[in-house]
Design a protein around this ligand. Structure first.
Ligand SMILES: Cc1cc2nc3c(=O)[nH]c(=O)nc-3n(C[C@H](O)[C@H](O)[C@H](O)COP(=O)(O)OP(=O)(O)OC[C@H]3O[C@@H](n4cnc5c(N)ncnc54)[C@H](O)[C@@H]3O)c2cc1C
Length: 410
């Protein structure tokens, strides 16, 4: 069975970055269609914080205050080792309207974005996988597979996705916000270079017996980075970097208790109810190119980094914002497709800094020996990017080398 759809920009992937890209395009008067191979949005908190610059972009579309009402403001980050609090970062010293981090679970963010898109009369088409794309001069054509779950087998049943329909979609541009295993990146044929493993994390979200201070705490030990997030009231998350060999069959509560006692002896709140826990591996990756011609990548489809600084998704929102500006210029004012070269240059420059490819930060006179000895561990841990990251690093007495690039102005 065939169906055919025409639009200006087709977005593959309705994660936070794809949803934001669709909103930003629609807001600028560009018609979009958005497809996701899954049947629903994220069900968990995953990437759980918005950087100040993300709040500023969300404010442009009138969503910052709504998210602030649903989240928890964090103004400081404490860095620890053993029992010692070594240094701290103060977001209140940043310029701008949002001098704080907002802890807001990814599933909440996605619902808010999805509601906004519905208000713009754009419905996400779930259970649809962008499968193939061909470029024809002034437009591209995609084959999108509608997937349905069928239950197979007897006596043991297994759910499997089968293709029940093929939709042909035609658009001027394709935005691939389709995550780690991006099909759009595969179609483009761009390498997704592995730049090293960050490691395996044991993550647990739980309710404590008391309300902790609303502060993010990062424990830098030899061989492990560990992070505490206050979520809301007594609900918190800890992520402990572990040796994959350590992966234990010990019950989750005693495992959590043991990591807390060893790595955060100063954390006095005790877990009362564990909502979920998982072990997850994080890598560092960067695409060789963000796109070409009429196909472009955003978010996890283009890069991965440590979860601690929540950079992949927040910088992904920045990418969605900047690409929407350029695409709107092309679609609405006939600007040249070549103007997208500025996007490629700016994105590569930012990620080279964030992934340490342009060198470790310089140690300034004001820095402490503790920071100087760990100079290459802070950039990926700090929930910020751009000038906010530079200012926060300066609080630690560090300076990241600049990468020259053109900026994309709204
Ligand atoms: C357990 C867990 C914990 C995490 N914790 C953290 C954390 O602490 N900090 C942090 O920064 N990050 C964390 N992350 C990662 C974070 O969730 C991602 O960085 C974020 O989701 C990336 O957003 P995105 O929109 O780029 O991609 P995604 O959220 O991955 O969205 C991609 C979407 O594309 C869809 N899709 C894929 N292929 C196709 C196709 N061919 N056609 C149509 N649709 C397609 C997928 O179904 C998906 O909905 C965690 C992830 C997990 C799983």
């Amino acid at each position: 069975m065939f169906g055919s759809h025409k639009t200006e920009v087709l977005v593959a992937g309705a994660g936070p970055v794809g949803l934001f890209a669709a909103i930003a395009l629609q807001e600028r008067g560009v018609r979009v269609a958005i497809y996701d191979q899954d049947s629903r949005m994220a069900s968990r908190s995953y990437a759980l914080a918005l950087h100040p610059s993300s709040l500023a972009m969300l404010d442009e579309i009138g969503l910052a205050q709504r998210l602030i009402s649903l989240g928890t403001k964090v103004e400081t980050i404490g860095f620890y080792e053993g029992r010692n609090r070594e240094v701290e970062l103060d977001y209140r010293k940043l310029e701008g309207s949002f001098p704080f981090l907002l802890v807001v679970p990814q599933n909440v963010l996605e619902h808010v974005l999805h509601d906004r898109l519905l208000q713009q009369k754009v419905k996400t088409t779930w259970n649809h996988r962008v499968q193939t794309v061909k470029e024809y001069g002034d437009h591209l054509e995609a084959e999108v597979h509608k997937l349905d779950q069928v239950t197979l087998g007897y006596p043991v049943s297994v759910a499997e996705a089968v293709i029940t329909k093929t939709v042909h979609a035609s658009a001027s541009f394709l935005v691939g916000a389709d995550g780690y295993s991006s099909q759009v990146r595969n179609i483009l044929g761009h390498d997704y270079d592995l730049l090293g493993e960050i490691g395996t994390f044991f993550v647990a979200e739980f309710e404590c017996d008391r309300e902790p201070d609303p502060e993010v705490r990062i424990v830098l030990e030899e061989g492990s980075t560990n992070v505490f997030w206050p979520i809301a009231g007594r609900r918190v998350r800890w992520g402990f970097q572990i040796d994959p060999e350590d992966s234990s069959s010990e019950p989750v509560d005693s495992r959590l208790d043991s990591y807390l006692r060893k790595r955060a002896p100063w954390f006095l709140a005790r877990p009362e109810r564990i909502f979920w826990s998982t072990e997850i591996q994080f890598e560092r990756r960067l695409t060789r190119r963000f796109g070409q011609g009429r196909m472009w990548l955003l978010g996890d489809a283009a890069h991965l980094t440590s979860p601690v600084g929540v950079q992949s998704v927040n910088v992904g929102l920045r990418e969605a914002h900047d690409l929407s500006v350029l695409l709107a210029n092309i679609v609405l004012t006939q600007a040249s497709v070549d103007s997208l070269g500025a996007f490629e240059t700016a994105r590569q420059a930012e990620w080279r800094r964030l992934l340490g490819l342009s060198g470790a930060p310089k140690v300034l006179d004001s820095t402490t020996p503790w920071v100087a000895e760990r100079v290459d561990r802070f950039v990926s841990c700090i929930p910020a990017s751009g000038t906010a990251l530079d200012r926060l690093l300066a609080q630690l007495g560090l300076e990241l080398p600049a990468e020259e690039h053109e900026s994309v102005d709204a």
